[in-house]
Design a protein around this ligand. Structure first.
Ligand SMILES: Nc1nc2c(c(=O)[nH]1)N=C([C@H](O)[C@@H](O)CO)CN2
Length: 126
């Protein structure tokens, strides 16, 4: 796919973490996402129905974060990706989840996960 729809710096709140001190209160995670797509049609029609609506994507990610309580960012990332692939006709997504408040002398720590629809289907069957 030659084009990308992206969201940068989406601030979400979720229960996330391995340690006891992380299990009671939601903490901040910052999500960046890149969705590979073809924007040719929307660029001709100027119609939101012909593209990936980043507003809907942001809302879906926000709902996943607020309803989940994973230990690992990897598990939160998988849930986000599986949800996006099940709701929207996406092919390839790159997702970054950054925990900015956990290591005081680092700007952030986290994971970057790149998945295609086929990967997500395969993982679901395994
Ligand atoms: N690869 C990962 N490493 C770590 C994670 C994680 O989610 N993925 N989480 C933690 C703790 O919860 C951390 O945030 C607290 O120090 C440690 N390493």
């Amino acid at each position: 796919m030659k084009d990308t729809v992206f969201i940068q710096g989406l601030e979400l709140s979720t229960i996330i973490g391995v340690y006891d001190f992380e299990r009671n209160e939601k903490q901040r995670v910052i999500v960046d996402i890149e969705i590979a797509t073809d924007l040719s049609k929307a660029s001709e029609t100027d119609n939101i129905d012909d593209t990936v609506d980043y507003g809907h994507i942001a809302e879906t990610l926000s709902q996943v974060a607020s309803n989940s309580r994973f230990q690992l960012l990897e598990a939160l990332g998988k849930e986000m990706l599986d949800t996006l692939f099940s709701y929207y006709p996406l092919k390839t997504v790159s997702l970054t989840i950054n925990k900015p408040d956990i290591i005081s002398n680092a700007k952030g720590v986290g994971v970057i996960m790149r998945r295609s629809k086929a990967d997500s289907d395969k993982e679901g069957q395994a």
